[in-house]
Ligand binder design. Structure first.
Ligand SMILES: Cc1cc2nc3c(=O)[nH]c(=O)nc-3n(C[C@H](O)[C@H](O)[C@H](O)COP(=O)(O)O)c2cc1C
Ligand SMILES: CCCCC(=O)C(=O)O
Length: 389
């Protein structure tokens, strides 16, 4: 019998008989405010912030809220199985932790704690290129648990090649290439505080520990850290890249490659033609293009364009179990969640991240069951209506 994630609900109630209540709220939309109270506006502002006036982040939420579930009755949901296969890997549920860099601004145990939480709950951890901990150290914290690597595609080919080799050696199985961040967007919350973690050397650990990166420096990192930071800023992304450049990644990575940040169906078609294995429909949680289409509004057209040639994953705005239900009903195979687990980490370290994963999946399991489904595979567009469409 598959694990029933919904059992977390009665675990909480039964613990309550001895006076224990959850350390963090079970409505994850409350975490941002709590984290801000606990950690102050600087770091939380970076995590919570988005591009421009925040219109894309709001649109992400509105597009999910506008879609409403139409539950079905009497369909035997006694035994349920949330497991799915994504990119040829069996997953216990259609959820992975999104690549979120610079996590040491939230908690000293940073990515290692988040990765351990993912490993403990069995969901894949996607490590950011901009992590505050070197990839080998995070891999070691995870044992043989499922891990994927997110690539910021550097200007310097040798640094990219070195990252791919290191990630492979450290047991990362799939590669997510983020395409929506060739430049850092206009982010007023960070600008108004004049706060950017990278300039403080946070989020540069993979680079500073990399022999190919070090080869580009006049002096070792510890002798001239400011020069190392400026070298990072100048090379970590490359606005000059075009579609034919993907060949280099295909040649240097033999596992699945997924393009993150796809919103247009033609880009999904190009991804398939370029031999990619999947896409993440994402607007980077509203952090890049202000005024962008909401991720959930872009999803159906990308799913249609992908056909059976690409795996389609989804992120940007997922906060609840019913959001996962909706993304899957719109055709995603799995979702990534970003900010909620970063807040969980900030509030309670590894346990906080595990809390976020368990709440999301318990609520998804219950939403699935109460809407008449025993497995993610039976979800489809008929399970939703769009209000005011
Ligand atoms: C603080 C922060 C750092 C992030 N760093 C990265 C990163 O290094 N690489 C990347 O591909 N996406 C990064 N993202 C974007 C996430 O992977 C994901 O697309 C986004 O958070 C999803 O939206 P959500 O936060 O609403 O769940 C970051 C997001 C946040 C909030
Ligand atoms: C330059 C951005 C790197 C981290 C990131 O992706 C984000 O803050 O959204």
């Amino acid at each position: 019998m598959a694990k029933h994630w919904a059992d977390f609900q009665y675990e909480i109630y039964l613990n309550g008989m001895t006076g224990a209540v959850p350390r963090l709220p079970t409505d994850l939309t409350r975490l941002e405010e709590l984290t801000e109270q606990r950690l102050g506006p600087g770091p939380v502002g970076y995590v919570a912030g988005s591009a421009g006036s925040g219109s894309t982040a709001r649109a992400n939420r509105a597009a999910l809220d506008r879609r409403r579930i139409v539950p079905r009755m009497l369909r035997d949901v006694h035994e349920r199985d949330l497991s799915v296969e994504v990119l040829g890997r069996p997953l216990p549920a259609p959820l992975a932790l999104a690549p979120v860099g610079v996590l040491s601004i939230m908690h000293p145990d940073a990515e290692s704690a988040a990765a351990r939480a993912a490993a403990a709950q069995g969901v894949p951890y996607i490590l950011s290129s901009a992590s505050s901990t070197p990839m080998e150290q995070v891999a070691e914290a995870m044992g043989d648990a499922e891990r994927w690597f997110q690539l910021y595609w550097a200007k310097d080919r040798e640094v990219t090649r070195s990252f791919l080799n290191r990630a492979k050696a450290a047991g990362f199985t799939a590669l997510l290439v983020t395409l929506d961040t060739p430049l850092l967007a206009w982010r007023p919350r960070d600008l108004d505080q004049a706060y950017l973690p990278f300039l403080h050397g946070v989020g540069t650990a993979n680079y500073f520990s990399d022999p190919a990166f070090q080869a580009g420096l006049a002096k070792p990192v510890h002798e001239d850290p400011n020069a190392a930071v400026m070298h990072f800023v100048g090379m970590f992304a490359d606005p000059g890249k075009t579609w034919p450049d993907l060949e280099f990644l295909r040649e240097n990575w033999d596992g699945p490659i997924v393009l993150k940040g796809i919103l247009h169906p033609d880009d999904a078609r190009r991804a398939a033609s370029a031999g990619m294995d999947g896409v993440v429909v994402s607007n980077h949680g509203g952090r890049q293009v202000a005024g962008s289409v909401a991720a959930a509004d872009a999803l159906p057209r990308v799913v249609e364009a992908a056909g059976d040639r690409l795996s389609v994953l989804f992120d940007s705005g997922v906060r609840t179990g019913d959001d996962i239900f909706k993304a899957l009903a719109l055709g995603a195979e799995a979702v990534l969640v970003g900010r909620p687990y970063a807040y969980g980490l900030g509030l309670d370290g590894q346990a906080g991240v595990e809390h976020v994963i368990r709440c999301l999946l318990a609520e998804f399991d219950l939403t699935l069951a109460l809407s008449g489904h025993a497995r993610p595979a039976t979800l489809g567009p008929d399970d939703l209506i769009e209000e005011n469409a």
